[in-house]
Design a protein around this ligand. Structure first.
Ligand SMILES: Cc1ncc(COP(=O)(O)O)c(C=O)c1O
Length: 387
């Protein structure tokens, strides 16, 4: 019952873009506001699509970053082989909006969620899920409809220790059971090394990532020798996109953050410099300066409810050299660099997000601008879809 109610509410969510009656300047947005620079977003989307196409690899971008069917549709129209969803609820929103080639990248171990996957199979024959345990597979087998062709990918853990199975026998067993099932389609394996994405320094990141892929290569060989050669080998993220694309076994990359970029990613360093700037910052949070109890600092109307951060702070874009510190749930304090002119109260202050995915999850919509004018908003339809 709670699941069917929850699904009903998700399918009632608005997801379509809404055009404003007339474009407005950024300064007129209700702040704190999540802002997309549409031209930069489109350049990022195109850059990754073209880069991977050139390398002969597929792109299966992760929708956990944007949670927005409008963006998923743009990714598909640029040739993505499908999109990823982190959880079942995200997949519900995507499928409901017509995005039907979806891979759910987290294991499903609840009866209610497996039932929803079964229902989704009636709406799309392009759904794929990962599995890493007997219990998970057994649940799926019980809930997929007769004659369904739910794709199944075995999630393999090499060293992260978060999800997946490391046990060779288990990998073979799961792959065999899927291959022998009438209602499932065995597709291959997933390897996502989340702990490597933010390793600072390209050379170090490269060395570590390729080391893990070597093990994946062995697993592919082992599966191949048993007649279970994976058709799909999916994984990788923005931090290793230009490393993992050279791995022979990988068929498609699950990059997510490249569309927006955030401060955590910018600081890891790129192949050619200290800043990872292969993709542009297309996402920011716009705030308003609302108080100035002391000179040399100014308070803005965005705090923990506007920015999600696990390591770094929001990066000020408006006043060069200033620093942001959190001032609680509703406020942030911009510490001005010495000699900087005091900003005006009521003016806007814009920031690069510290960590884009969880920041997006705090907002209802993206305000979308071109050349400084906001023309539309796009609902973040899968906001809060963490189950
Ligand atoms: C399984 C999986 N694949 C891909 C990604 C995308 O990673 P990124 O945003 O670093 O590109 C994530 C992000 O957490 C993930 O969990």
């Amino acid at each position: 019952m709670p699941y069917s109610q929850a699904v009903k509410r998700l399918t009632e969510r608005d997801w379509q873009p809404v055009e404003l009656a007339e474009p407005v300047p950024i300064a007129e947005l209700p702040t704190p506001a999540l802002l997309i620079d549409e031209a930069a977003l489109d350049r990022n989307l195109k850059r990754m699509a073209e880069f991977l196409a050139e390398k002969g690899k597929g792109l299966r971008p992760h929708a956990k970053t944007h949670k927005c069917p409008v963006i998923a549709q743009r990714q598909l129209s640029l040739g993505a082989v499908g999109v990823c969803a982190a959880k079942v609820s995200e997949a519900v929103v995507l499928v409901n909006s017509g995005v039907d080639t979806v891979l759910i990248t987290s294991a499903i171990l609840s009866e209610g969620k497996a039932e929803i996957v079964g229902e989704l199979c009636r709406r799309t024959d392009q759904l794929t899920v990962v599995v890493d345990s007997d219990q998970g597979l057994e649940l799926l087998l019980r809930h997929v409809p007769e004659g369904s062709c739910l794709g199944v990918i075995v999630d393999v853990d090499v060293s992260m220790g978060r999800t997946g199975t490391r046990d060779e026998k288990q990998i073979i067993k799961l792959a065999e059971q899927c291959a022998n099932s009438r209602n499932l389609r065995y597709c291959g394996i997933q390897h996502y090394a989340g702990h490597l994405m933010h390793v600072a320094g390209f050379a170090k990141r490269r060395e570590k990532s390729l080391e893990l892929w070597q093990r994946i290569g062995e697993i592919c060989e082992m599966l191949g020798s048993r007649g279970l050669a994976p058709e799909i080998v999916t994984g990788a993220g923005t931090g290793t996109y230009n490393i993992d694309c050279g791995v022979a076994e990988i068929t498609d990359l699950q990059t997510g953050s490249y569309i927006f970029m955030d401060q955590e990613y910018r600081l890891i360093g790129g192949e050619e410099g200290d800043l990872f700037d292969d993709f542009e910052v297309s996402l920011s949070v716009v705030t308003t300066a609302i108080s100035q109890p002391v000179t040399g600092a100014i308070t803005v109307d965005g705090g923990y409810k506007a920015f999600a951060s696990d390591t770094v702070n929001p990066e000020p874009m408006t006043i060069a050299g200033s620093k942001f510190r959190f001032g609680g749930d509703e406020h942030g304090i911009v510490i001005l660099k010495e000699g900087t002119q005091e900003p005006v109260l009521g003016g806007i202050q814009q920031f690069i997000t510290p960590h884009c995915d969880p920041t997006v999850n705090l907002h209802d919509v993206y305000w979308v601008c071109n050349d400084g004018l906001v023309h539309s908003f796009w609902p973040i339809a899968a906001r809060g879809c963490s189950w």
